[in-house]
Design a protein around this ligand. Sequence first.
Ligand code: USQ
Length: 385
Amino acid sequence: MRVMIWGGDGYLGWPTAMYLARAGHEVVAVDSYLKRDLVCATGAEPLVPVPPLAERARLFRAAGDAEIRVEITDLREPEAAHRLLREYQPEAVVHYAEQPSAPYSMRGEDEARLTLLNNLGVTFNLIQAVLHHAPDCAIVKLGTMGEYGTPNIAIEEGWLTVTHEGRSETFLYPRQASSLYHTTKILDTDLLWFYVRSAGLRVTDLMQGPVYGFDAGVSDDARLLTAFHYDELFGTVLNRFLVQALAGHPLTVYGRGEQRRGYLDLRDTLACVSLALAHPPPRGEMRIYNQFTEIFSVNELAARVISAARTLRMEATVAHEPNPRFEAEEHFYEVRHRALLELGLQPHLLTEEVLVGMLERLRPHAARVRPELFRPRVRWGRPRS
Ligand code: USQ
């Protein structure tokens, strides 16, 4: 397939580009470098320096792999989006091109505005460009499990049938997020769903949980590793805990630590996106898959990291931080996630062996860790009684 990846420079975008190119797809990786700019502006550099996207594509090719074409262009500009779709006529676009950090979106009004305008603007530009130039192109959009929040009923896979006064209708499952970032993803879903209904777009919306992993397993070249963040803005919780254990810093469990989420291995993200590409919906249909493999509380993650660290004779401990976020710390959490398994996903589970393997892969970079990036500074939680 001719696949375009919007957000091809990011934590997920770059490994996806390599994975799809290796699988024989024709890949164009597009990026605005928005995240690089934000990382630079906030001083939250990744654990291992990441060469520019074109250089990574060159290294990948030089090692005997397929060509990945690169376009650095501002996807917030409608003309950029139109040109890309007109020129490349992709059969599918994987859309990761969003400001991905919940804490960043809650830092202040400017950061919230940037998140809202970028995420909605880029999604809107993609929709318009697809409708004008490649209406059969399938869109695979990265949504997030955080759209659903933590309701007191089971979370279905995208949709809920409601019976009211003897009549029934199926709606998008109710959504109530706990950050502005997650709220932009809700708005994205609504926008896409409108254009699926009204203009016949073909969309798969992947409701993904927090991802962990350093090595996507596609290349052995350290220069082709993904951008691995462990700071409070761009690092996801398990990646942060692993680096904290490595640095001998207490694991920063927020609040009581009973917050439950569905997690997945970076390698499974690649498999899920690939499955979504292989099974596109017909025109005028939107598919929603809940994309995670296992549910853990933050306390459970911390306990697993401590145990894996012990195997490597590292002493890891926990320090409960006052929760900087607006989120329930103890809640009901039952989530359906059958669709991707039915399509053939074979999950990599979070075993002790996997955790030890990640610590070992991270260890050579331990000297680069900056412990000052661990402490959460963005606070958006309502005071708790
Ligand atoms: N947490 C801690 N300690 C930390 C960092 C996080 O206890 O040092 C807790 C948070 O309070 C939260 C949970 O761990 O309850 C997950 O936090 P996270 O930072 O790993 O994930 P989140 O902010 O929700 O966002 C991440 C990605 C985002 C994606 C989302 C999927 O950054 O792009 O959409 O995971 S989900 O959470 O399912 O919405």
